[in-house]
Ligand binder design. Structure first.
Ligand code: SF4
Length: 386
């Protein structure tokens, strides 16, 4: 229930900042051509897990998420070692969700089998699109057939919880091309348990932003992006539960437990280069560069570059901004008061009334949620609270 109560179980986020190359739209903390550092990086991450566990170990952890970058560039044995390190250092729930983001170019059935044996029980496959043109525009090096083969390999290995990431709004994408992606996913021999559909944001400073600024690439306008989003909602409605602005699950038990911790403004430890953590009213950030991170850990130093106390105003704003993204759950008035010690009405009464009047929010006895219209303007509505 959003927001999480104080002291709720933690999530553990483990960042893997390596990619075989950097895609032109990417602004994540990731680096190409640094794979030689992987063995030292894994050892440093193992060490950081141990020291963070010594600080936080009494808090139950219920998820591990290997994000990147491309975590599937790590050998499966290294992933298994890191999962084991988390089990030793933290009070990890026996049924913990352990997710790994995988790139279709770096996986096969054998690799997935080894991951499963190492404790990973959920995969997030970076498919992005099944259109050749889109894959080239996005700078991806795999083909549609590789993405579908990765899903088949995950099934053959025994994974029963697989999510696909798809992107819409890429330069040149047509409605027909997007429908073709959705129809292919829905009509495949195996349906993924979960889908994340992201509207491409052209981030300043990326090569794609440069190409857009120079008129080489043209991204769909807001109306077209809204059409693409509505098309996805309509196509998926019979098969999936749309539970978060960009996320769909076959049923509520298959929602991303790790991401639910973020959306409920819960606590998570961020481990690895550039990882952000949010624990007990403090936000932490680790050194961005993998080499700086590794050097600090090897020297016995905490790899944290920044710590910020989260003020009560920031905490309530983040609860609203994140929790409203949960379409059915929204914000519970009771949970809000229990978490923040003030009522929703006392802090946000006028804003909620205004947005309700505009048809963007709806209020029920213990809940505030986005309306369908609010969903189409979710970023603007959520931004009103921060
Ligand atoms: S694979 Fe993902 S993380 Fe790596 S560069 Fe491409 S978009 Fe960024």
């Amino acid at each position: 229930m959003a927001p999480s109560p104080p002291g709720a179980p933690l999530g553990l986020y483990l960042h893997v900042p390596f990619c075989s190359h950097v895609c032109p739209y990417c602004d994540f903390n990731t680096y190409g051509g640094q794979e030689a550092l992987i063995p030292r990086y894994v050892a440093a991450l193992e060490r950081e897990i141990g020291s963070r566990g010594a600080e936080l170990g009494e808090r139950r952890a219920e998820t591990i998420f290997f994000g990147g970058g491309t975590p599937s560039l790590l050998p499966a044995a290294a992933i298994g070692r890191l999962v084991s390190a988390c089990r030793v250092a933290f009070d990890l729930a026996p049924d913990a969700e352990v997710t790994l983001e995988a790139n279709p170019t770096s996986v096969d059935e054998r690799y997935f089998t080894a991951l499963l044996e190492g404790g990973v029980n959920r995969l997030s496959l970076g498919v992005q699109t099944l259109q050749r043109r889109g894959l080239r525009v996005l700078g991806r090096r795999h083909e549609a057939v590789d993405a579908l083969a990765a899903l088949a390999a995950a099934r053959a290995a025994g994974f029963t919880n697989v999510s696909l990431d798809l992107i819409f709004g890429w330069p040149g994408q047509t409605l027909a091309a997007w429908e073709d992606d959705l129809v292919t996913v829905l009509g495949g021999t195996t349906l993924p348990e979960h889908l994340s559909l992201y509207n491409l944001i052209v981030e300043p400073g990326t090569p794609m932003a440069d190409a857009v600024a120079r008129g080489i690439l043209v991204v769909p306008d807001d109306d077209t992006a809204a059409d693409l989003y509505e098309t996805a909602m309509a196509r998926l409605a019979d098969t999936y539960v749309h539970y978060e602005v960009a996320n769909w699950a076959r049923d509520p038990s298959l929602m991303s437990r790790h991401n639910l911790i973020y959306w409920r403004n819960g606590d998570y430890a961020g481990l690895g280069a550039g990882a952000h953590g949010h624990v007990a009213g403090r936000r932490t950030m680790n050194h961005l560069l993998p080499a700086t991170y590794v050097t600090a850990v090897e020297a016995g130093d905490a790899p944290i570059s920044n710590v910020e106390a989260i003020t009560p105003e920031t905490a309530t704003g983040e609860t609203m901004m994140l929790g409203l993204r949960l379409l059915r759950e929204g914000i519970s008035e009771r949970a809000f008061a229990a978490r923040h010690g003030q009522t929703l009405e006392a802090i946000y009464g006028p804003i909620i009334a205004e947005l309700t009047e505009l048809g963007l929010l709806e209020r029920s006895p213990d809940r505030v949620c986005l309306t369908r219209r609010g969903l189409m303007l979710a970023n603007d509505v959520c931004a009103r609270f921060v």
